[in-house]
Design a protein. Structure first.
Length: 752
C-alpha cells in the first residue's frame, strides 16, 4: 500500500470513528440528557481505543493539524483546558468549525463595533424574538453583521419578551436595529405576531436568537422563494453547535409527531444537501412573504405561547394557499438547541406546551394527516414529495458549462429535464462537489452524489441514489462500462448510453493524421467497446446524424440524436463590422484536437494572413492551456486561458476560427459562435453534423491556403460578413432548448 493510500485510510478511518462517537455521545447527552446512558454502552470503548490509536498514527505522520480545535470560550483555567483537550483527543470536537463557536464572533466583532445600516424600504424583515440569554442574542447579531449580504436591504427587529437580564439595556445601544420591548411576557408566538405587525419588509424572516448564521444564509432563503411563485416558505439547514446535523427539513407523521430529518448525521452527506419540498421547516430560521402571511391571518394563536405554530403555518401554506414548503441547504446556520426553551418538558415550563399543542395540531389537521406516513417510514416520508419520474445522469464530473462543450450540453439537458418535471440525480465520477456547479445544481433540487469516504461507500451511495430511477443517462463509453453494476440493482430502469461523441471515430482520424499504429489500435479497442455498449443499451444517444448513420451501418438501430444545445444570447448592443477587430478561438485545451488546432493555426495559417494584414491578432480563449499553447503567446497571439464571461470576446472579434483537423461529434465552439452571429471559418470536421452550408452560414476550408484566404475574405468584406452573420443566427435556431425538449418528448419520453 502506497504512502498516500495509507494516509487516506487513516483519515477516512478517523472520520468514521469520530462520526460514530459523536453521534452516540451527543444523541444520548442531548436527547436523553444522561452521560450515564453513553458510558454504559459497551461498544463505545473499542471506538475510543480506535480513536486513540488513530491519534498516535497521526502523531507519527507529523500531522500539524491534529490538535487544532476551536473552543467555545476562552480557556482561562487549568480545568477548562484539561476538559477541552480531553474532548479533542476523544474526537468529540472533530466536527466543530471555528465559525460554529461563540468565541469566534466575540473575538471577530467587539460589541463597540456592532451596528447596522438603516433601510427605510427593506426587502426582508428579520424578526428575532428574545427572552434572556443576552450573550446568545449578541452573537446572533454579530453573525448577521459579518455574514449578511450588502446587496439585500434588510431591517432587523429584536423583540424583547420582558427579559430579566440586561437584554433591553444592551440591545438598545446597538445602532441600526429596531428594539421592541414587551411590558409582559407574551411568549414566542405572540411576540412574533407583534414584531411582524410592526415590520415593513416584503418578506418576513423568523430567526431564533440562539443561532449564528453562516455565509450565504439569507441569500439562500431569498433566492429560493423569489425564483418560484409556487414556493410559499423556505427553511434552512440547521447544524448543532458540535458540528453534526440538526435538521435538513422536517417530517410530520400521521399522528402529528414530528421528526428532524438527518438529525445527528454528517451535514455534508449528499442526501441532506439538495433543495427539496418537505413537510415543514423549523421556526428557528425560515422565510415567507408578507402577503401570504396576511392571507393566512398570521400564526395561529391557539398554539400560544409556543410549539407547533411553525408546523401549523407550514401546513396552512400547503393546504390553504396550495404552495410548497422548501428546504434549502445553501442557507445554513448553527442552532444552540434548547437555549431558548429548555431541553426537557417539565410541568409549567415552555417545553411542556409541545405535547399540549401536538394534540391541538393533530385535531386541526386530522384529515390531511391521513396521507402522512407512520414514524418508522422516515425515508418514504421524505421521498413522497418527489413527484414525477427520476432520471440519473452519470458523467465524468459536474457540468462545467462555462469551460467545455460537452459539459455545456449536459447542463442544458439538465435544465430541460427539470422543465419536464423529472427529479434529477447527478453522479460525477470523480465524486467532487466542484464549485460553483455543485451549489448551482443542488440549490435547484438536484441530488448530487459525492464521494468523501472512499470508493466502497461511494458505490453504496450510487446504488442507493439510483434505487428509484426510471432512466439512467450514462455519458461516455468508459462510464457506461464502469457503472453497469447499477443495472442489476435497478433492472426496470431504462438505460440510455450517451456517446457524447464516437471515440473510435475521433481516434481513427487522429491516427491517420499522425500515422500512428498505436492510436489506431486504441481506436479499434474503443470501437469494440462502443458497439458492445450500444447493443446493450435500451437507447443510444448520438450527437449528430452522421454518427447515428455510422452506428446504424454497424447494425445498431436503437438510436436517437441529441445534439449540442444553444440558447441565443440577448443582443442589446451588438457590435457592427467596423467596430470589431481580430480573430477568436474558444475551446478547452484538455481536449487534444483543440491543442492541435491552435498550433496549426498559429504556426502555419497565421503567417499567410499576416503577410496580407500584419495588424490582425489572434485571441486564444479556453480552459487549461497546455505548454504547447502557452508558448505560442506573443504580440500577435494572446493566450487568455479560462475566461468567465465570453460575451465581450464574441462581441468584439470579427471572425471566429476553428481549424480542427480531427475530432468527432458536434463542435460546441462552432454552435456558440453561430449563436452570437460571429462569422466562422472551420473545416469539414469542425462543421460536421450541423447541416451548415459553405459560404451561406459558414466558411469551410481544409488546407492552409484556403483557410487563410477564407479568413481574409470574411475579415475584409463587410457585406459578406453581414450576410454570413445573419445566416449564422438562422442556422442555430434548430438547436434551441425548446426544439430539443420537444424532440425528447416525442422520441424518448413519449410514454411518460
Amino acid at each position: 500500500m502506497s504512502k498516500n493510500k495509507i494516509t487516506r485510510w487513516i483519515d477516512r478511518s478517523n472520520f468514521k470513528v469520530c462520526l460514530i462517537l459523536n453521534r452516540k455521545y451527543y444523541y444520548k447527552t442531548k436527547t436523553k440528557g444522561s452521560l450515564f446512558a453513553f458510558y454504559k454502552d459497551i461498544f463505545i470503548y473499542p471506538l475510543f481505543a480506535a480513536r486513540f490509536l488513530l491519534v498516535l498514527l497521526q502523531i507519527f505522520r507529523f500531522n500539524s493539524k491534529l490538535l487544532i480545535s476551536y473552543p467555545d470560550q476562552k480557556l482561562t483555567s487549568l480545568s477548562k483546558k484539561v476538559s477541552h483537550y480531553i474532548s479533542v483527543f476523544a474526537g468529540l470536537r472533530y466536527f466543530i468549525k471555528e465559525e460554529y463557536t461563540p468565541l469566534y464572533y466575540e473575538e471577530k466583532l467587539p460589541l463597540s463595533e456592532l451596528s447596522f445600516c438603516v433601510n427605510n424600504s427593506p426587502k426582508v424583515s428579520i424578526i428575532i424574538p428574545v427572552y434572556n440569554q443576552l450573550n446568545f442574542t449578541l452573537n446572533c447579531l454579530r453573525s448577521l453583521k459579518l455574514n449578511l449580504s450588502k446587496e439585500i436591504p434588510v431591517e432587523i427587529i429584536v423583540i424583547n419578551d420582558a427579559s430579566r437580564d440586561q437584554t433591553p439595556q444592551e440591545i438598545e445601544k446597538i445602532a441600526g436595529l429596531k428594539l421592541i420591548n414587551n411590558v409582559q411576557n407574551l411568549g414566542f408566538l405572540l411576540s412574533c405576531r407583534k414584531a411582524i405587525d410592526e415590520s415593513k419588509g416584503e418578506y418576513i424572516c423568523l430567526l431564533n436568537n440562539d443561532t449564528v448564521v453562516l455565509k450565504g444564509w439569507l441569500e439562500g432563503l431569498l433566492n429560493t422563494i423569489e425564483k418560484d411563485p409556487l414556493i410559499g416558505l423556505v427553511g434552512s439547514k440547521l447544524i448543532h453547535s458540535f458540528g453534526l446535523l440538526q435538521e435538513a427539513g422536517s417530517i410530520i407523521h400521521d399522528k402529528g409527531d414530528c421528526g428532524n430529518y438527518g438529525a445527528f448525521r454528517d451535514p455534508n452527506y449528499y442526501a441532506y444537501n439538495f433543495s427539496r419540498e418537505v413537510d415543514y421547516c423549523s421556526g428557528a430560521s425560515l422565510i415567507f412573504s408578507r402577503s401570504d402571511y396576511e392571507q393566512l391571518n398570521g400564526l395561529d394563536v391557539q398554539y400560544t405561547p409556543a410549539y407547533y405554530e411553525d408546523t401549523d403555518f407550514c401546513l396552512s401554506i400547503k393546504h390553504l394557499l396550495h404552495k410548497k414548503v422548501v428546504y434549502q441547504p445553501l442557507s445554513a446556520l448553527v442552532h444552540f438547541e434548547g437555549v431558548s426553551s429548555g431541553k426537557k418538558a417539565k410541568k409549567g415550563n415552555i417545553k411542556s406546551y409541545q405535547a399540549i399543542n401536538k394534540e391541538k395540531f393533530a385535531n386541526k389537521w386530522h384529515e390531511q394527516l391521513k396521507y402522512h406516513l407512520p414514524y418508522k417510514d422516515i425515508e418514504a416520508s421524505i421521498r413522497r414529495h418527489i413527484i414525477g419520474k427520476t432520471i440519473v445522469i452519470i458523467d465524468s464530473y459536474l457540468p462545467r458549462f462555462d469551460k467545455e462543450s460537452g459539459s455545456h450540453r449536459v447542463y442544458e439537458l439538465v435544465k430541460i429535464f427539470k422543465d419536464l418535471n423529472f427529479h434529477l440525480v447527478f453522479i460525477p465520477n470523480d465524486g467532487i462537489p466542484e464549485q460553483p456547479y455543485f451549489n448551482l445544481l443542488t440549490s435547484n433540487g438536484i441530488e448530487v452524489v459525492t464521494k468523501y469516504l472512499g470508493s466502497k461507500k461511494f458505490k453504496k451511495d450510487v446504488i442507493s441514489a439510483c434505487k428509484n430511477a426510471d432512466y439512467i443517462w450514462a455519458c461516455r463509453p468508459e462510464l457506461n462500462k464502469k457503472y453497469s453494476f447499477i443495472r442489476k440493482h435497478v433492472p426496470s430502469a431504462k438505460w440510455i448510453y450517451d456517446t457524447v461523441d464516437l471515440h473510435y471515430i475521433r481516434l481513427t482520424r487522429e491516427a491517420a493524421l499522425v500515422s500512428s499504429e498505436e492510436i489506431q489500435a486504441k481506436a479499434d479497442e474503443f470501437k469494440t467497446l462502443e458497439l458492445s455498449l450500444a447493443e446493450g443499451a435500451d437507447i443510444t444517444v448520438c450527437i449528430t446524424d452522421v454518427e447515428q448513420r455510422l452506428l446504424q451501418n454497424e447494425g445498431i438501430s436503437n438510436t436517437i440524436v441529441v445534439p449540442n444545445i444553444h440558447t441565443l444570447p440577448v443582443r442589446n448592443n451588438r457590435a457592427d463590422f467596423d467596430s470589431r477587430r481580430d480573430l477568436l478561438f474558444v475551446g478547452s485545451y484538455d481536449h487534444t484536437p483543440n491543442v492541435d488546432s491552435v498550433v496549426w493555426l498559429c504556426k502555419e495559417i497565421m503567417p499567410i494572413i499576416w503577410e496580407k494584414d500584419a495588424n490582425i491578432k489572434v485571441h486564444l480563449v479556453g480552459n487549461n492551456p497546455k505548454p504547447e499553447v502557452l508558448c505560442l503567446a506573443n504580440d500577435h497571439i494572446k493566450v487568455h486561458g479560462y475566461v468567465e464571461h465570453l460575451e465581450p470576446f464574441f462581441n468584439s472579434c470579427r471572425v471566429f476560427v476553428a481549424p480542427l483537423r480531427y475530432g468527432a461529434g458536434m463542435k460546441g465552439k462552432i454552435g456558440q459562435a453561430l449563436s452570437y452571429g460571429l462569422p466562422t471559418v472551420t473545416t469539414d470536421i469542425g462543421s460536421e453534423g450541423m447541416g451548415l452550408n459553405h459560404q451561406k452560414n459558414i466558411f469551410i476550408a481544409n488546407n492552409i491556403e484556403n483557410f487563410a484566404s477564407s479568413v481574409l475574405r470574411l475579415y475584409q468584406t463587410e457585406d459578406l460578413w453581414n450576410s454570413i452573420s445573419k445566416n449564422s443566427i438562422d442556422a442555430i435556431q434548430k438547436y434551441s432548448p425548446e426544439t430539443i425538449s420537444e424532440y425528447l418528448k416525442k422520441n424518448l419520453f413519449r410514454y411518460d
